[in-house]
Ligand binder design. Structure first.
Ligand SMILES: O=C(O)CCC(=O)C(=O)O
Ligand SMILES: [Fe+2]
Length: 165
């Protein structure tokens, strides 16, 4: 537990999504998976977050006023050798109210090596990801090579491209 606390950075961010200018629903945040370990989201009463199910369907999130949404990030998914998937999500806006959300993003600190635990690797579950430092990954994330690999409109996991075995 101490190791987890010592190896984690936290970022708290407030996000504002302006009401759409037309009656149609609009993409306010494009589909993506978070690259960090875990994201906790809290929102005002305006819905808009959608999570993609395994079969590709977009599900509207309607959290009750006192609840948080917890999203597994790709970094945790990789850490767990893919045992828990990181869901693709997006924000669609409709109606005539602005949306505010509060996100607490946890991510591994630079210098900490993320390594799949031995307990999660066996003959049926071969190791899928190489040990890596998240900060080194972020340098790759913004590099020209990674940017060039990302095609407009399609989501590609740069983390998996970076550390797959
Ligand atoms: O505003 C939201 O509900 C989602 C924000 C989000 O997915 C992100 O910032 O990565
Ligand atoms: Fe996100």
């Amino acid at each position: 537990m101490d190791e987890l606390i010592d190896s984690t950075n936290y970022q708290l961010r407030v996000m504002k999504y302006e009401k759409p200018k037309t009656k149609d629903s609009t993409h306010a945040l494009a589909a993506h998976c978070d690259t960090n370990t875990m994201t906790l989201l809290y929102q005002n009463e305006v819905n808009g977050l959608q999570i993609q199910s395994k079969d590709g369907e977009w599900i509207n999130m309607k959290p009750s006023p006192n609840s948080f949404i917890v999203l597994i990030g790709e970094s945790l998914s990789v850490w767990l050798n893919g045992r828990l998937p990181s869901p693709s999500h997006r924000v669609m806006m409709k109606g005539n109210e602005d949306r505010y959300s509060l996100g607490l993003f946890t991510r591994p600190r630079g210098g900490y090596v993320i390594k799949v635990p031995n307990e999660l690797v066996d003959d049926n579950n071969p190791i899928l990801f190489k040990p890596h430092d998240h900060e080194e990954f972020l340098k790759f994330y913004y590099s020209e090579i990674a940017q060039a690999a990302v095609k407009p409109g399609g989501y590609i996991s740069r983390l998996k491209a970076y550390c797959s075995v």
